[in-house]
Design a protein around this ligand. Structure first.
Ligand code: GDP
Ligand code: MG
Length: 257
């Protein structure tokens, strides 16, 4: 039987982006089995836009959270992981900063046998062009602190991004605690896996709306790292492979023609 991909997309006031995202995902995943799970905490017109989108596109599902004990980015992503029914799960931002065309090579990496695929802005063929200098420095510092604190991040070139794909069964027995913003760090520290593939991608400017990153995100991240230093698994035997742009292309032709 064929495999299926579920793409989990956390949304907070992204009315101007979700339709375009669904359209671009459909192009990227043409001929492959996929669905999208929007987990929404918006307080604007986004829920109505999602409702209509999901009525018109059977690949799309949404869950709007209101008055729930937990809101916030990380809890949304974990809730989406639990609801989604794919063999593989992806996490992707709604604002098109993660260009949906990267999903197909990510999926090829999974079909080739990877446990996890982490696209990188920082390897040959990638670009972080969408970031201004302040965000570049913040994001570089976050990476540096993360790699010093956690061995699971050490060999990953872009470990603090919110774009990744993995086998759903990696979640079995993994105690993911949704703190703050960096959900992939939690997955990298707490799940059991052997092979990670990195592929290059070009980070984009935000399509519409504005960034929701909060002032407390840095503190949450540092708390999370401290906590994971004691809770995290040992990942000494993990292999991280980097695919060049040309090799990535050839693997898409092989696995997702
Ligand atoms: N469900 C949910 N999604 C959120 C929340 N905060 C941010 N997001 C979504 O998380 C993604 C990344 O947020 P963004 O503001 O673009 O962060 P930035 O790219 O780091 O500036 C976007 O899809 C947001 O809509 C939240 O509290 N709940
Ligand atoms: Mg963004």
């Amino acid at each position: 039987m064929g495999k299926k991909l579920s793409i989990v997309v956390p949304t907070f006031n992204e009315a101007g982006n979700v339709g375009e995202l669904a359209k671009q995902v459909a192009e990227a995943m043409k001929g492959l089995d996929y669905n999208i799970w929007f987990i929404d905490d918006s307080n604007d017109e986004t829920p109505g836009v999602l409702e209509e989108l999901c009525n018109n596109d059977k690949h799309c599902h949404y869950h709007h959270r209101e008055g729930e004990a937990q809101t916030g980015l990380a809890t949304a992503v974990i809730e989406g992981f639990n609801m989604a029914d794919g063999d593989f799960l992806a996490c992707m931002d709604a604002d098109l900063q993660h260009p949906p065309r990267v999903l197909r090579p990510m999926y090829a990496a999974m079909l080739s046998g990877a446990d996890m695929c982490i696209p990188s802005r920082l390897i040959k063929g990638g670009s972080d062009g969408g970031l201004n200098i302040v965000r570049k420095v913040i994001s570089g510092t976050a990476r540096w602190i993360g790699k010093l604190s956690l061995s699971a991040l050490r060999n990953i070139s872009d470990p603090t991004s919110g774009l990744f794909m993995f086998r759903k069964d990696m979640l079995e027995g993994a105690d993911l605690r949704p703190v703050g913003w960096k959900i992939m760090v939690e997955v990298l520290a707490m799940c059991d896996y052997r092979l990670i593939v990195e592929i290059p991608y070009e980070f984009q400017d935000r399509n519409s709306g504005e960034s929701k990153i909060s002032k407390s995100a840095t503190i949450d991240y540092l708390k999370q790292l401290t906590d994971l230093r004691t809770r995290g698994r040992n990942h000494d035997s993990v292999l991280v492979t980097r695919w060049s742009p040309d090799f990535t292309k050839s693997m898409v032709e092989k696995y997702c023609p």
